[in-house]
Write a protein of this length. Sequence first.
Lengths: 280, 165
Amino acid sequence: MGTFFTRIARYSHWAVFLFLEILSGVLLFRFNHYQGSVWFTQANAVAGRMLGWESKGLAFLNLVENNHDLTQENLVLQYNIGVLQEELTRLTHDSSYTERVQSNVLKGKKIISAKVITNSILQRNNYLTIDKGKADGVELERGVVSGTGIVGITCMVSDHYSVVLPILNSKSNISCRLRGTHYFGYLKWKGGNPLHAYMSDVPLHAHCRVGDVVETSGFSSVFPPGIFVGKVVQVHSADDGLAYQLEVQLSTDLARVRDVCVVTSINQAEQDSIESQIEK
Amino acid sequence: MIQTQFVRFLQMCGLVLLQVLICNHIHLFGVATPQVYLALLLYFSANSSRISILLWSFAIGLVVDIFDNTPGMAAASMTFVGFILPSLLRSIQTKDRTEDTRITLSEMGLQRFLAYVLILSLIHCFLYFMLEAFTFQLSLITILSIIGSTLLTALFVLLLELCRS
């Protein structure tokens, strides 16, 4: 015990030394602005680094939970995007030129909206079935259009269903014209790409260009004039060298058409009867 | 014992007055200031209590700091010098001398006395100016201050010693 205390006593000046130095340090940092600020900022830098390490470590430990949260958030956001995009397409479509033209064109016409219930696009002769028939006012040889353009012509009508002969059928033959110049021709589909059809019989002096708009001519009385059909994507000349053969990009993607309208002019029956009299 | 401490107190007062009234106004070339209060350490002998050396050197440092408006700087460096003083004393003393030898010019001879004072003032000035700069990057002004003040301090302590003896 005695040696213990002597040893402590022998080193007591260390304690005094440390105490006095710490005291000096406190005075130095407490009362000297410059040293105090340096100490403060350096201490801060150390503290900042330590806290940075800590937060990194914690973030790593929380990754599983974060991932879970993010996945859920993604789900919600994806859903919202879907809803908003639908809304956006609806709104922008409403104000588009085609739509405005169509609403003008369809004035004074009787419109029966219908839903497509069966559809095909891959065969040479495709048919569509819609869920409206005679009971709803649908008759034979009436034009069927969708929001984006023409779809086809009714070719069979039962009480509650109708079969539509769409553009994508080799028997389909629709009278069209070029918007603006009003040169007309016939739209036919040659199979293959369901978005491309050909317009023939346009005279060479029509000077048509890629990008010209093709719309219904109204000659056949099935479609009112001015309904959007598509745009010219390539200009060929026909085999006889007297007319154009225009490759048309159809505006309606029949692969995903869902809501359509059957267009009937109010006096359609009268027109039909007078035409049939002439034929007699 | 009390007498010794009283004498020590008077010595301290004298050195503080000397430092505050005269030496603090000397800024040779803008870098060298004599730290003459260091001379207090010369009045301790090898068998003085380590604790008393520490306390006295801290005290004089603190008083100078108060007058100099540099709280803690002189106190810290003087405390450190006081801490290593006994070891330095023991290493410098030769064996044939008695333990109680004082550090005086007459007893040590000019060369050894000067070397001793230079070592003490170098340590003190180094610490003092490093604390003042408070960075590990030695700037030219800090180095010049350390060297200049060390030399000037040694000179002043030598002069004081000459006056005393």
